[in-house]
Ligand binder design. Structure first.
Ligand SMILES: C[S@@+](CC[C@H](N)C(=O)[O-])C[C@H]1O[C@@H](n2cnc3c(N)ncnc32)[C@H](O)[C@@H]1O
Length: 326
């Protein structure tokens, strides 16, 4: 097999489970209970996210795919020939396939915290695109991780679609973009998909689809805690809730306790009032000016931006400031 799965230390099973347990304990001990959205993505979570992207309400995926398809040539022109393309939070790599078709990419490095899902998708891609070097890295991209040594001499292009940046708080988004600049190095480009501010009803429906895919995705977090950390969450005791918080320009996802209850996880117990929530995800929305300012603050300059006709979603080509001065 030509596929080299590189499991970083942070993704090591035991270590990862200990960190997961401590993060859950810490998060559930807060006044506003919270758990990081990165824990929504185990293998089942990644499959459920793919279901979400296929719902009629979830406009971000189909809109970003359309922007990428329409502008693939122009985007490819700005990617250095023979580059390594590093995708942060690759998931099913659906969007990367569009760029891999038109750009001259020597190696594709999908990075994702959902290791088993990542490896399955990488194997499939390797079969579908013979000759493409696929080098998956199972890692948490909010912590330092290493890129494969074999791409050391290649120019680099980063790819960060899906508006995953919107899951970060402002300071985390800046830290991530700075980290990406260091990792990708001078001369690098970063192609990033960012969801735009829009009417509340469009957002509310996108994060609470009629088929219940987003609800299943959110509730899977509790199943995951039960499976991996020996929790005793009763899934019928919680419901999914998502709404646009206009003031904060973010969609919030919560799990709402239907009743007063006690939950045990790894030898500790947590009380829930009826109606009390666990805050599981924020998805910040950006105006073009706002995003440009976040990027500039982290050392990136916008070279180009592509939008759909409704201006629902934006794809930006960023360039490292240093590289621009050269
Ligand atoms: C919103 S989905 C986007 C998936 C895909 N890029 C797309 O555009 O459809 C976020 C992806 O980032 C991954 N992810 C979330 N937090 C992560 C983290 N801290 N480190 C690495 N991957 C992460 C998830 O596993 C998931 O595949």
């Amino acid at each position: 097999m030509t596929l080299h799965a590189r499991l970083s230390r942070s993704a090591d099973r035991d270590g990862a489970n200990t960190t997961f347990l401590h993060d859950v304990w810490h998060g559930l001990a807060q006044d506003q209970k919270r758990i990081s959205p990165k824990y929504l993505y185990d293998e089942r979570g990644s499959e459920l996210f793919v279901d979400i992207t296929r719902t009629p309400e979830y406009y971000p995926t189909r809109t970003e795919l359309a922007i990428l398809e329409e502008n693939a040539g122009a985007i490819a022109e700005r990617i250095p020939r023979g580059a390594a393309m590093i995708e942060f939070g690759a998931g099913a790599s659906t969007k990367a396939r569009i760029l891999l078709r038109v750009a001259d990419i020597a190696a594709y490095v999908p990075v994702d915290i959902s290791g088993a899902f990542l490896l399955g998708e990488a194997r499939q891609l390797e079969q579908d695109v013979p000759g493409l070097k696929v080098l998956p890295v199972a890692a948490d991209f909010t912590a330092p991780f290493e890129l494969p040594a074999s791409i050391a001499d290649l120019p680099r292009a980063g790819f960060f679609p899906g508006s995953t940046l919107g899951n970060f708080e402002a300071h985390e988004a800046t830290a991530f973009l700075r980290h990406a600049a260091t990792l990708l190095g001078p001369g690098a480009r970063l192609i990033i998909g960012v969801d735009c501010v829009k009417e509340a009803n469009v957002l509310n429906e996108a994060y609470d689809d009629a088929a219940g895919s987003t609800a299943a995705f959110n509730l899977n977090l509790l199943s995951r805690i039960n499976r991996e950390l020996g929790g005793d969450f009763d899934l019928n005791g919680f419901r999914h809730c998502a709404f646009y918080n206009r003031e904060q320009r973010r969609v919030e996802m919560h799990l709402v306790s239907r009743v007063r209850q006690k939950v045990r996880i790894g030898g500790r117990s947590f009380d829930f009032r009826r109606g009390e929530t666990i805050h599981t995800e924020n998805s910040y929305k950006f105006t073009l000016e706002q995003f440009r300012s976040v990027a500039n603050g982290a050392g990136w300059q916008q070279a180009e931006v592509w939008l759909d006709p409704e201006r629902f979603f934006s794809v930006h080509m960023l360039v490292c400031e240093d590289a621009r001065r050269k």
